[in-house]
Ligand binder design. Structure first.
Ligand SMILES: *[C@@H]1O[C@H](CO)[C@@H](O)[C@H](O)[C@H]1NC(C)=O
Ligand SMILES: *[C@@H]1O[C@H](CO)[C@@H](O)[C@H](O)[C@H]1NC(C)=O
Ligand SMILES: *[C@@H]1O[C@H](CO)[C@@H](O)[C@H](O)[C@H]1NC(C)=O
Length: 275
C-alpha cells in the first residue's frame, strides 16, 4: 500500500476496456427482453387501450420515466400524465422534502395537483431507483387515498390469484401455487391463500430472502405468483427476482382498468378483499 499511494498512471485508460472483445453493453438486449417478459408474464388481458381510467405517473426525480412509459406501451395503455417537474433524474430532488413515495402526502403533493388538473383518478409513483411503487386513488369527496404497502400487497395478491384462476379455470389445482411476504408485512396473503387455495410462505425481511425462497420453490416445480413487503416492495411473478416498481405500476394500472369496467375502484376492491 505504501508503495502505491496514487493510482497508476494508466489506471484511467478506459480505451483498454473499450477495445476489448469481451466488452459488451447489454442494455438494449436486457431492456428488450424485460419488456417482452413482463408482457408475457404480467399482462393478463387485452382492452387496456380502451381503459377509462386516466393515470398520472411520477418518477420522483429518479430513473423510472422511460421504463414506466415503455411498460405502459407494452401493456397497450394510452400514455400516462407525467408529473412534469419530476420526470427527469435530479439528485437534488428540488420538489420534495423526502423523495420517498412512502412519505405519503408530502412526496405526492405535486402528483396529486397534476392529477387533479388532468381529471386523472389514479397516481402511480416510483421511488427514485424505480424498484418500489406507491399507488393513490382519488376519492368521491375529492381527497386522495394513498395505499399503504400492506394494502397494495393485498390488491396485487388478490389480482395474482384472480387472474391465475381466470386463466386456468376456477377449479384449477392450487396445491403447487405460492405467495410470499416478509415477516414484518401483513398476513393478508395467508388469508387469501386460505380462501382461494395456494400456500403462503413467510420469510425474513428483504427481497434476498423472498426471491431465494421463490427460486427454491420453482426448482421443486412450484409456481410463485407474487411476493411483497410493506415498504411498498413488490415482486409480481418471478421474471425479476427482486422488487420491481415498473411491473408493479403497470399491473396496478391493468387491475384498476379492469375493475373500472365493473364500476369498482381500487379502494372498493380493497374493502371487498377485507370482507
Ligand atoms: C394546475 O392548474 C392550475 C390552474 O391552471 C395551475 O396554476 C397549476 O400550476 C397546475 N398545477 C400543476 C401541478 O399542473
Ligand atoms: C403492515 O402490516 C404489519 C402486520 O399487520 C404491521 O406490523 C405493519 O406495521 C404494517 N405496515 C404498515 C406500513 O402499515
Ligand atoms: C358506479 O358506482 C357508483 C358508486 O358506487 C354509483 O353511484 C353509480 O351509480 C355506479 N354506476 C353504474 C353505471 O353502475
Amino acid at each position: 500500500i505504501e508503495k502505491n499511494l496514487k493510482p497508476w498512471d494508466y489506471s484511467w485508460d478506459t480505451s483498454i476496456v473499450q477495445n476489448s472483445q469481451l466488452c459488451q453493453d447489454p442494455y438494449k438486449e436486457v431492456t428488450e427482453n424485460y419488456f417482452k417478459d413482463i408482457q408475457r408474464h404480467c399482462r393478463h388481458r387485452s382492452g387496456n387501450e380502451k381503459s377509462c381510467v386516466k393515470f398520472t405517473y411520477t418518477a420522483m426525480h429518479g430513473v423510472g420515466t422511460l421504463a414506466a412509459a415503455t411498460a405502459f406501451q407494452a401493456f397497450g395503455f394510452q400514455p400516462f400524465v407525467p408529473v412534469k417537474d419530476q420526470v427527469e433524474p435530479d439528485p437534488d430532488f428540488p420538489t420534495v422534502k423526502f423523495p420517498n413515495p412512502e412519505e405519503g402526502k408530502s412526496a405526492l403533493n405535486l402528483a396529486m395537483k397534476t392529477a387533479d388538473n388532468h381529471s386523472s383518478t389514479v397516481i402511480l409513483a416510483n421511488d427514485p431507483d424505480a424498484d418500489r411503487c406507491a399507488v393513490a386513488e382519488k376519492q368521491p369527496g375529492g381527497h386522495w387515498k394513498i395505499f399503504t404497502g400492506n394494502e397494495t400487497g393485498a390488491l396485487l395478491g388478490w389480482w395474482a390469484i384472480y387472474t391465475y384462476k381466470e386463466q386456468y379455470g376456477q377449479d384449477v389445482d392450487m396445491s403447487d401455487v405460492y405467495m410470499i411476504a416478509s415477516t414484518v408485512s401483513s398476513k393478508i396473503l395467508k388469508a387469501i391463500c386460505r380462501e382461494e387455495g395456494g400456500h403462503f410462505v413467510e420469510t425474513l425481511t428483504g427481497f434476498k430472502w423472498m426471491a431465494n425462497k421463490a427460486v427454491n420453490l420453482e426448482k421443486k416445480g412450484k409456481t410463485v405468483l407474487f411476493a411483497f413487503e410493506e415498504a411498498i416492495g413488490f415482486m409480481y411473478g418471478t421474471q425479476v427476482l427482486d422488487k420491481d416498481g415498473i411491473s408493479a405500476a403497470v399491473v396496478l394500472a391493468e387491475m384498476a382498468s379492469h375493475l373500472a369496467t365493473n364500476n369498482i375502484t381500487l379502494t372498493q376492491q380493497l374493502d371487498i378483499i377485507f370482507s
